[in-house]
Design a protein around this ligand. Structure first.
Ligand code: COS
Length: 383
């Protein structure tokens, strides 16, 4: 159920204050250390950030999609590594359970995900199955009253910290495509599950990705998500539809932050005897960024409201993800340009955002995959 407007606005104001007062001052340190200070993670738990989207009966805040994207607009006002800490619990790591889990599975895991006691992740991608997720080869072979998992998952966000993995594996070896895939809830510490070394990345330092390896990893039948085989791919797609709106809202927030920083710099920085904000070529960059961020905010809110009304917004989620992730790339590029040499130097933070936002065009479906989904849906609607 939606919050009343006053409560919603209080939540947004609290998150905005936390971002401004606690997270922004830590941006450089987190990037330099490639680690999140534990105290900050506790503060995130205290604010309920791990449980934004988890229903209230399991201890979360149970936000509607619209409420969630409004909160994420605020979370975008700082380095995205912070959001990544709890982002999997809010999105791809919890939503399979919320959407398709059995009551027993929900009761077992969701309260700990909502409180942030357990970190979750979404293990879909493999070395040879990225955009073509339906071709994954991790296998789940029936054995006795359970399954044995074998295979490698790649670039799994929060794997080094995770206590719970939603793992997509093939239960039907006869079916090579999406139809033979099932989802499993696998707990860290299960024999046969190991997590690789965290990868060194271009940006978003402080957030970690790693391989997850299954070597004869035995799980009970109760680990099968929803208790039904061969439904895993659909679960993954539904989770990604929702996740793509969340990432879109994040892109909007970051673009707004970069525009604010660019404007402040342009109004202060003097060249040819006046602030560079008075030059029309700089104004054009500021205006183009403002227009694009505004359009992006409107489309994300529209899709979120429609989802809350019960519409299938798969196409709109892909439209949002495509536009907002490309948009924030352009905004970050202009932000570097407006800052000139200072934009290329680490001290100002703009180059860090420039690297950080590059990921948004890749994960939760590349821009090209969003284009394919949008066009595929258009053709289906027309036939
Ligand atoms: N919601 C519910 N069900 C969906 C769905 C959605 N959004 N999208 C697809 N499905 C269903 C289809 O209806 C189909 O069901 P049936 O077998 O009953 O007909 C099944 O899932 C397979 O769908 P499809 O044939 O479209 O699968 P493809 O293998 O062609 O996959 C894309 C298509 C490209 C869309 C998919 O592989 C994809 O999204 N790839 C990107 C993966 C990704 O985002 N990775 C990031 C990893 S997480 S950071």
């Amino acid at each position: 159920m939606a919050l009343d407007i006053e409560t919603r606005d209080q939540l947004i104001a609290t998150v905005a204050r936390f971002v401004r007062e606690r997270l922004v001052p830590l941006e450089d340190k987190v990037a330099e250390d490639d680690a999140m200070p534990p105290g900050i993670v506790d503060e995130m738990r205290g604010l309920g950030l791990f449980g934004l989207s988890i229903p209230a009966e399991y201890g979360g805040l149970g936000l509607t999609t619209e409420e969630e994207v409004r909160v994420v607009f605020e979370l975008g006002q700082t380095a995205p590594a912070f959001r990544s800490t709890f982002g999997t619990n809010v999105g791809i790591g919890s939503q399979g359970l919320v959407m398709d889990g059995t009551e027993e599975q929900k009761n077992r895991y969701l309260p700990k995900l909502a409180s942030g006691e357990t970190i979750s992740c979404f293990a879909l991608t493999e070395p040879e199955a990225g955009s073509d997720a339906g071709s994954l080869t991790t296998s789940a072979r029936r054995k006795g009253n359970g399954y044995v998992l074998n295979g490698t998952k790649r670039y799994i966000t929060n794997a080094p910290q995770a206590g719970l993995f939603t793992v997509f594996a093939r239960t039907n070896a006869e079916e090579p495509g999406a139809r033979g895939v099932s989802a499993f809830l696998v707990e860290a510490g299960t024999p046969g599950l190991t997590v690789g070394k965290a990868e060194r990345k271009m940006g978003q330092h402080g957030a970690h990705i790693a391989d997850v390896i299954f070597d004869d990893c035995q799980v009970p039948a109760s680990a099968l998500l929803g208790g039904a085989e061969n439904q895993g791919f659909k679960t993954a797609m539904k989770v990604l539809d929702r996740g793509r709106l969340h990432i879109s809202a994040l892109c909007v927030g970051i673009a707004e932050r970069l525009i604010r920083d660019s404007l402040a710099y342009a109004m202060e920085r003097q060249q040819f005897g006046k602030p560079i904000a008075e030059f029309q070529l700089v104004q054009a960059m500021l205006a183009d960024s403002r227009v694009e961020a505004y359009a992006a905010r409107c489309m994300v809110l529209d899709a979120a409201v429609r989802r809350d009304a019960g519409d299938n917004v798969g196409t709109e989620a892909s439209c949002c993800k495509l536009f907002t992730s490309e948009m924030v790339g352009r905004v970050a590029d202009r932000a570097v340009q407006i800052h000139g040499g200072a934009g290329y130097v680490a001290d100002h933070g703009v180059e860090r955002f420039y690297r950080d936002v590059r990921l948004f065009r890749l994960y939760e479906g590349t821009s090209q995959i969003q284009q394919l989904i949008i066009a595929r849906d258009m053709i289906r609607e027309a036939t």
